[in-house]
Design a protein around this ligand. Structure first.
Ligand code: IMP
Ligand code: MG
Length: 205
């Protein structure tokens, strides 16, 4: 499906609640743009899965807001089962992957659609799709809201992508930094000083 571009980082919308201004550089993707794009994604997915029942597998926890809005746009029979995966990295860098919640439903023979918030290095979705393919689904596709193409390590492409974004650390709409900011209703850009605080200046003795 054709890709949709969010505004560039230097044209970020700085209109946001005062409570967010100290941590955020601005809004990258506002609520209305998310809504419009997710409606289009829902239509493309519905076309591709016509006549099939789908097993939707969202990854915890970043995909939950995206999932809630996308599910309402999928007008066909489906089941949902969450998979928990965390990347124990430093700050904004992804590290070793840990699966922390297993599936309850049987993947064998199912049409599986994996949903995640953001495709970055590709490590998470490569590991997840590898694990799921070993369970012999009838088909397997991936769907992400955001794709930071410039950060990929090795090759991995998602089947459905909401927005391609530049290499910025984003939060909100399910995405976090240190478990915070998931509740913002838009995708915002975190100020670098939040994730890489400047060392305190030493005063002369
Ligand atoms: P990957 O394994 O490097 O592709 O990273 C994917 C995971 O890292 C995503 O599911 C997110 O949880 C997290 N992540 C990557 N970039 C960002 C970001 O800019 N903000 C918040 N989380 C991110
Ligand atoms: Mg994630």
């Amino acid at each position: 499906m054709p890709l949709s571009k969010p505004p560039l980082a230097d044209t970020l919308d700085r209109r946001m609640p005062a409570a967010h201004r100290s941590a955020l550089a601005g809004v990258l993707i506002p609520e209305a743009a998310l809504r419009r794009r997710i409606a289009l994604m829902g239509r493309a997915i519905a076309r591709d899965y016509a006549g099939k029942e789908v097993l939707v597998i969202p990854l915890l926890s970043g995909a939950v807001l995206f999932l809630a809005d996308l599910l309402r746009r999928l007008p066909f029979p489906l089941r949902v089962d969450f998979l928990g995966v965390s990347s124990y990295g430093q700050g904004t860098e992804s590290g070793d992957l840990v699966f922390n919640k297993d599936l309850q439903l049987d993947v064998r023979g199912a049409h599986v659609l994996v949903i995640d918030d953001i495709l970055d290095t590709g490590k998470t979705l490569r590991a997840v799709t590898g694990k799921l393919l070993a369970m012999k689904p009838a088909s397997l596709r991936t769907c992400v809201l955001l794709d930071k193409v410039g950060r990929r390590v090795g090759s991995f492409e998602a089947d459905y992508v909401g927005f391609r974004i530049p290499n910025l650390f984003v939060v909100g709409y399910g995405m976090d930094f240190a478990a915070r900011y998931r509740n913002l209703p838009y995708v915002g850009v975190l100020k670098p000083e939040v994730y890489a605080p400047k060392p305190a200046r030493r005063s002369a003795a």
